[in-house]
Design a binder for this molecule. Structure first.
Ligand SMILES: [Zn+2]
Ligand SMILES: [Zn+2]
Ligand SMILES: [Zn+2]
Length: 89
């Protein structure tokens, strides 16, 4: 962790990663996604802001779950929506 992260990212202990490599909302409606993000509050795996539906942002706004981790293989970083904070781990 870097010391530039916010309190939400600092409070993440074990990073949650996708249990299934799919956006759980896109899969219901037959939409496609670009990259996956996993909510660090509830473990929901949703799609990134480059995806048509932007489910991860929508989830953060609707639930106030602040932090997500990249769900992509080989990427090890966390992001906090309200603080616009980013940290590698
Ligand atoms: Zn934060
Ligand atoms: Zn989605
Ligand atoms: Zn969540």
């Amino acid at each position: 962790m870097t010391n530039t992260a916010c309190s939400h990212i600092d409070s993440v202990g074990t990073v949650k990663l996708p249990t299934r490599r799919e956006c759980q909302e896109c899969i219901k409606i037959g939409a496609t996604w670009v990259h996956l993000r996993t909510c660090q509050a509830c473990g929901a795996t949703l799609c990134c802001d480059s995806s048509p539906k932007r489910h991860a942002s929508a989830h953060a706004g609707a639930t106030t779950h602040p932090g997500i981790a990249s769900g992509e293989r080989g990427e090890r970083w966390l992001y906090c929506y309200p603080d616009d904070a980013f940290a590698e781990y």
